[in-house]
Design a protein around this ligand. Structure first.
Ligand code: SF4
Length: 431
C-alpha cells in the first residue's frame, strides 16, 4: 500500500490531548504505512478525538467533519472517543465517516484503522466500559508541546446532575501504578521537563492500595522532572499531603484548578455536588494561606436549572470574595443523558449569556489582581515557544510570561523578573 497521509484533530479536554499523543506515537512507531501531516494539510485519513461535554461539542464535530470533507473530499474520517461512545448512530450519518471508535478501544485506533483500511463498510467499535485497572503500552510523548499529559485515571462515579461524562467515559478506574512509573521514565528520557497528571477524576486514583498521594510522592522523586502539575481536581478529593509538597520546594507546582460549579448551596445540592459553599471556601482559604503565591483556578456553570437571580448572586459574591486567580465560565448545556435534562426549571439562554458575561468580566479582574501581586518578583519560566520576537512559557503557578532573550531557550527553565501585564499574560525581563 502506498503511504497514506494521516492527520489528527483533538477536541475537548486535556485527557483527550494525552490520548491523541498516544495515538500519534502508536501510528509513528508501529504503522509505517501512514505518514503524519498537520491537520491543515491534505490528508487521506483524519482522526478526530471527539468531546461531548456540551451541545456545542456535538455541533462542532458536525461542522468539523463538513469542513474536512470540503477540504479533502476523498478523506476517510475516524471519529473516536466520547461522542462515538454515546452517539454512534448520529455520527454514522455524517459524510466520509469510515470508523466510529468508542472509549474502550480508543487506544487501539491505530491498529483498527490499519487492519480495516481497505474495508468499504463503516467500522464501528463501541463497547461497554468496565472498571478494570488499565495499562497504556505507548508513552504520550508530545512532539508539539514541551509539557506532556500523563494519563493516570479514567471515568467517574460521581454522577453530577449536569454531566454526561460517567456515560461517555464509564466508571472510575485507575492506571496500574508501575505502568505510570514506566511512562514517566520514557517521558523524562524524551526530554519532557513538566508532566501534567491527567484523568477525569484524578483525586479518586486508587490502584493496589496506592492513592494520588503515592503517585505524587513517586513522581516528585524523579530528579530529571522539573515540574509536576495536577490538571483539575475535585474539591473533596485533594489530600493535604499533596498541598504539603507544594510548600516544600519539590517539583510539585503551586497550582490547583478546583471546580466550584456554583456558589449556592441550593444549586450545589441540585447538581449532586458533594460539598457545601462553606467547605469549599474553607479549603481554598487554607490552601491560599499555606502555599505562598499559589495560582488557584476554578470552573463555574452558569444557568443550571433553578438558578434564580438571587442564587446567581450568591455565586457572584462568593467568586468575588475567594482568592482565585481566574475562572472558566461555562454556560449550562443540556445533555441528553444527564439528570438535569429532565428539569422543568430551565433558564432562558439570554439570561445565561448575561450572567456568563458578568462572571467572565469578574475573572478578568481577578487575574489582573493576581498579576498585580506578582509584579517585581523573579519567577522561573519553562519556555514553550518563540513568537513575534518574544519567548513565552509558564511559571509553576500558571502565569503565561513573555520576555526577550538572545539565545534559543525552548524547553529551558529561565529566570525572569515580572515587570508588567496585559490581557492574560505578564511581561518580564530575563535576569
Ligand atoms: S466529578 Fe462530576 S463533573 Fe466531574 S466528571 Fe464526574 S460527574 Fe462529571
Amino acid at each position: 500500500m502506498t503511504k497514506q497521509r494521516l492527520s489528527f484533530y483533538t477536541q475537548g479536554c486535556r485527557l483527550n490531548q494525552a490520548e491523541t499523543a498516544v495515538m500519534e506515537q502508536q501510528f509513528s512507531k508501529q504503522f509505517d504505512a501512514f505518514d503524519q501531516v498537520p491537520f491543515s494539510s491534505p490528508a487521506d485519513v483524519v482522526v478526530v478525538n471527539t468531546c461531548t461535554v456540551t451541545e456545542n461539542g456535538d455541533a462542532d464535530t458536525r461542522r468539523l467533519v463538513n469542513k474536512i470533507v470540503r477540504q479533502n473530499p476523498e478523506a476517510k474520517i475516524a471519529l473516536v472517543g466520547c461522542q462515538s461512545q454515546i452517539l454512534k448512530e448520529k455520527l454514522l450519518e455524517l459524510p466520509n465517516v469510515q470508523w466510529v471508535i468508542g472509549n474502550a478501544d480508543k487506544l487501539q485506533t491505530a491498529s483498527i484503522i490499519s487492519s480495516t483500511y481497505t474495508q468499504t463498510e463503516p467500522v464501528v467499535e463501541v463497547k461497554k466500559l468496565d472498571k478494570a485497572p488499565f495499562t497504556i503500552d505507548t508513552p504520550a510523548i508530545d512532539t508539539h508541546h514541551t509539557r506532556a499529559n500523563l494519563k493516570i485515571q479514567d471515568g467517574c462515579d460521581f454522577y453530577c446532575a449536569f454531566c454526561v461524562i460517567p456515560f461517555a467515559r464509564g466508571p472510575a478506574r485507575s492506571r496500574d501504578f508501575a505502568d505510570i512509573i514506566r511512562e514517566v521514565r520514557a517521558l523524562v528520557d524524551a526530554g519532557h521537563k513538566e508532566l501534567v497528571l491527567t484523568g477525569i477524576n484524578v483525586g479518586t486514583y486508587s490502584h493496589d492500595g496506592k492513592t494520588i498521594t503515592d503517585v505524587v510522592d513517586a513522581l516528585t522523586g524523579f530528579p530529571e522532572l522539573a515540574r509536576l502539575r495536577i490538571s483539575s481536581i475535585e474539591p473533596t478529593t485533594i489530600p493535604w499531603d499533596v498541598i504539603d509538597k507544594m510548600k516544600t520546594g519539590t517539583s510539585m507546582c503551586r497550582y490547583l484548578h478546583v471546580p466550584l460549579q456554583s456558589g449556592s448551596d441550593t444549586i450545589l445540592k441540585a447538581m449532586n455536588r458533594h460539598y457545601s459553599v462553606a467547605e469549599y471556601t474553607e479549603f481554598i482559604s487554607n490552601v491560599f494561606h499555606a502555599v505562598p503565591d499559589i495560582g488557584l483556578g476554578t470552573d463555574v456553570i452558569v444557568g443550571f436549572p433553578g438558578e434564580t437571580d438571587a442564587l446567581f448572586n450568591e455565586t457572584l459574591e462568593l467568586l468575588t470574595a475567594l482568592p482565585l486567580a481566574y475562572f472558566h465560565v461555562f454556560s449550562y448545556s443540556d445533555r441528553p443523558f444527564a439528570r438535569s435534562h429532565k428539569s422543568t426549571e430551565k433558564i432562558a439562554p439570554a439570561v445565561i449569556a448575561k450572567r456568563s458575561e458578568i462572571l467572565r468580566q469578574l475573572s478578568i479582574k481577578k487575574r489582573q489582581g493576581f498579576f498585580q501581586k506578582q509584579l517585581g518578583k523573579t519567577v522561573t519560566v519553562l519556555v514553550e515557544q518563540h513568537k513575534n520576537g518574544f519567548w513565552t512559557g509558564l511559571t509553576d503557578h500558571y502565569i503565561r510570561v513573555q520576555f526577550k532573550h538572545d539565545e534559543p531557550c525552548i524547553n529551558q527553565m529561565i529566570p525572569v523578573k515580572l515587570t508588567d501585564f496585559s490581557g492574560d499574560k505578564m511581561m518580564g525581563r530575563r535576569v
